[in-house]
Design a protein around this ligand. Structure first.
Ligand SMILES: NC(=O)CC[C@H](N)C(=O)O
Length: 218
């Protein structure tokens, strides 16, 4: 299965994601910000980092690059798309997932392990978890506070993917830190599953996000 890993100037989790996709048994390949056609791919991951230095707002400039038009086309073709951290911010900026990720309640970069609850298992990335399972993954961001004007709609549509369990380190509304589109195929998560995918890192909970992509394709 061919999975694209999108690179922007300032991406910094691209190699980690590529590595973990290989461990999961996928055939990952890097894709640059100016690529206009991703038809040959079966799925795409937008990794974390500081695309374009987080100028204006995290994700704002990456959102207007040619590759994001190609991602929209993949979504129309019903192929899975996962955005992690800066990737999640980009997916929110282009409107492929509901709501926004904005400046943390305590407005500084925050890096720590978190406990999370998996709120829906209908996405390709969470299909290997049990609903309401508690997992551990780290967060590392300055602009990760989730907000939506009409949060009840997001809950009612089963679009909440991850919720902080216990401590809510950035002040996200309802502790939400992962959301998906209505189909469930486009998923944006602020915590880093690729940093929780090998025993040596302290958790393997995140690995299921990547194995789930392969399982989804059957
Ligand atoms: N780890 C990351 O992807 C960082 C996300 C983003 N640049 C922020 O600080 O909010």
């Amino acid at each position: 299965m061919r999975v694209g890993v999108i690179r922007f100037p300032g991406s910094n989790c691209d190699r980690d994601v590529h590595h973990v996709l290989e461990l999961a048994g996928a055939e990952p390949e890097y894709v640059w910000w100016n690529q206009r056609n991703l038809d040959h791919l079966d799925a795409v991951v937008i990794p974390g980092g500081f695309s374009y230095g987080d100028y204006l707002r995290a994700g704002a400039i990456a959102a207007i690059t040619p590759v994001m038009d190609a991602v929209r086309e993949l979504v129309r073709e019903e192929k899975p798309v996962l955005g992690i951290c800066n990737g999640a911010q980009i997916l929110a900026e282009v409107g492929l997932v509901p709501g926004v990720f904005t400046v943390n309640e305590h407005p500084k970069f925050n890096c720590q392990w978190t406990e999370l609850r998996v709120k829906t298992t209908r996405t390709p990335f969470t299909g290997l978890f049990k609903k309401d399972e508690v997992i551990r993954m780290p967060v590392a961001h300055a602009e990760g506070r989730y907000y939506h004007d009409n949060i009840s709609e997001v809950w009612e549509n089963d679009q909440v993917v991850l919720q902080f369990h216990g401590e809510n380190p950035n002040g996200s509304l309802d502790g939400i830190t992962g959301v998906c589109d209505e189909s469930g195929l486009v998923c944006a998560v602020m915590p880093h599953p690729e940093r929780a995918s090998e025993e040596i890192l302290g958790s393997v909970d995140g690995f299921k996000f990547f194995r789930g992509i392969l399982k989804f394709r059957g």
